[in-house]
Write a protein that binds this ligand. Structure first.
Ligand code: ATP
Length: 512
């Protein structure tokens, strides 16, 4: 199966098993908006708990807040979103499809990178153990040509974006002979800027209504509460404020399922520091955040940093943590050194002094900020796409399994009476009553045990606990493990400790 086909199967699986539904489906859906179902919400909540715990509980100097989606409209002027939160868009005149100009160019670069990767694979096969990838990339004429082209196009694009030069962006698309993936033609319009914020009206009809915006990021809610938290929490720099919440962007090129949505959720942490220390903290947070990802056990090779050539108007250093999604390495999280841009501007626009008095050096300053910003939904997609497997078993049968890291799994254990009689359901129910206070468990007595195992595999349940006739005598149950499908006989009273060891978030946090 190609990655493309696999992705389609995954999307269908997410719907069939109650993870993610298209929004407003009975009205034919709403583009780029999705709802989480009974399984999806559990997975999403577990991801949020893992992040929240890692940020606020493991760092005594990081606290959380929950600010509102609606904020004073001036905030978005101060943050630069009214003036500069734009995407450069281009239309293909034949297919009438609209694209982000920078994304078209990035896809072109990704294709050249793929070509190099293929050449490297060929080289590796040809030269065997003696193969030196670095040397090969520097000497193979095709690779050298591709690498030069990549560097040149990257630089042109970064320069054009930094200078807001829309004509040059279009020219890059023309020069690279980029064609529309739908029509196949190179018949492009001019590039135009498009603001991504949703606006609405505050105040009742008849009153003079004020235009306000649905927040396009959660960060500004933190900046405008900086003074409140610093004072009431008696926080000393360096310290951080964390927040999880919804954000809204009128994405024009919304695609790839929950990767790019119009309503999504972010987990952001703003770390306030002394000016001049930002690059050290930036390096520190890069390390810290990568460790958080790798700790989930989904393979260190599936993550990489992508340092930005084009810096946002507020940043003096920025990187993305990219994940190996089915459609290639793409941004999962951003880490930005935002200087004093935000606090400085809020000071200017609000007229309120936003400073920190450092008792040690006896000086006041506007703190600098390093932020980490990750999309909850992209994290859900990373976990699901990595976990989804169609396996052929030794007996020739196939099974679909979600090998979700156990602490994130929606259901931790399924309790299954072998038959619906002889007192087995009653004992199974007792086990449910013992476990349900600590773990999300499912009781299932319908269909054959094999079918029930498959249902649990498909939603990623790490343990299936089967109650049989012997259980009534020996007080033991059969535990079947999701990933290996091996089975153990375990005493009923030992179940909580055994499940706890594998699924507890605390155990995962302790490994950080
Ligand atoms: P992209 O370049 O993919 O548009 P971005 O650089 O604009 O992303 P940020 O503004 O840095 O993203 O937002 C931080 C994080 O929020 C991203 O790393 C991503 O995980 C998430 N995110 C941003 N936009 C969306 C979206 N439309 N849908 C889902 N998640 C998003």
């Amino acid at each position: 199966m190609t990655q493309d086909e696999l992705f389609k199967v995954l999307v269908a699986h997410c719907k069939e098993y109650g993870f993610i539904f298209p929004s407003s489906e009975i009205y034919d859906g709403l583009a780029a908006v999705y709802d989480y179902g009974q399984m999806g919400v559990e997975l999403k909540n577990n991801i949020k708990k893992y992040w929240w715990g890692a940020m606020t509980r493991l760092h005594e100097n990081i606290v959380g807040i929950d600010s509102c989606i609606f904020m004073h409209p001036k905030i978005w002027e101060a943050s630069g979103h009214v003036g500069a939160f734009n995407d450069p868009l281009i239309d293909n005149k034949d297919s009438k499809k609209r694209y982000r100009a920078d994304v078209l160019i990035e896809d072109y670069i990704a294709k050249l990178e793929e070509k190099n990767a293929k050449e490297v694979e060929k080289g590796r096969k040809k030269f065997g153990d003696a193969f030196d990838e670095e040397k090969f990339l520097q000497t193979n004429p095709n690779c050298v040509r591709n690498s030069e082209k990549i560097a040149q196009v990257r630089k042109r694009m970064a320069d054009a974006l930094n200078a807001n030069d829309l004509k040059e962006l279009r020219q890059i698309i023309i020069d690279c002979e980029i064609a529309c993936p739908i029509s196949g033609t190179k018949n492009w319009t001019e590039v135009r800027q498009f603001n991504l914020m949703f606006s609405t009206q505050l105040g009742s009809v008849g009153e003079e209504a004020n235009t306000i915006y649905l927040r396009p990021e959660t960060a500004q809610g933190i900046f405008v509460n900086y003074l409140n938290v610093q004072k009431t929490g008696r926080m000393k720099i360096p310290f951080g404020i964390a927040q999880i919440g919804k954000a809204f962007r009128n994405e024009i090129v919304a695609r790839q399922f929950i990767f790019r949505m119009r309503e999504f959720e972010q987990m952001e942490m703003q770390f306030f520091i002394k000016p001049g220390t930002e690059l050290d903290w930036f390096a520190q947070w890069k390390k810290n955040r990568m460790a958080w990802h790798v700790n989930l056990g989904m393979g260190a090779e599936n993550y990489r940093f992508h340092d930005h050539d084009k810096l946002a108007h507020y940043a003096n250093a920025a990187t993305d943590i990219e994940f190996n999604f089915p459609f290639g390495f793409k941004e999962l999280e951003g880490i930005h050194s935002r200087t004093d841009f935000d606090l400085g501007n809020h000071q200017k626009f609000s007229g309120k002094k936003i400073q920190y008095f450092d008792p040690e050096s006896n000086e006041s300053y506007t703190p600098y900020v390093v932020e980490t910003s990750i999309g909850v939904d992209r994290m859900v997609l990373a976990v699901l796409s990595h976990s989804f497997k169609e396996e052929t078993l030794e007996n020739g049968e196939t099974r679909v399994v979600l090998s979700i890291p156990a602490p994130l799994a929606p259901v931790k254990a399924a309790v299954l009476p072998l038959v619906k009689k002889d007192g087995l359901p009653e004992l199974a129910q007792k086990i449910m009553d013992m476990l349900k206070f600590d773990f999300n468990c499912q009781y299932d007595e319908k269909d054959s045990i094999g079918k029930r195992y498959r249902r649990q595999d498909a939603i990623g349940t790490p343990f299936c606990i089967t109650v049989d006739h012997d259980s009534l005598e020996d007080g033991c149950v059969t535990v079947r493990y999701r990933d290996t499908m091996t089975q153990d006989r375990i005493k009923i009273e030992d179940l909580p400790a055994m499940i706890h060891r594998e699924v507890d978030l605390g155990v995962l946090l302790r490994k950080l």
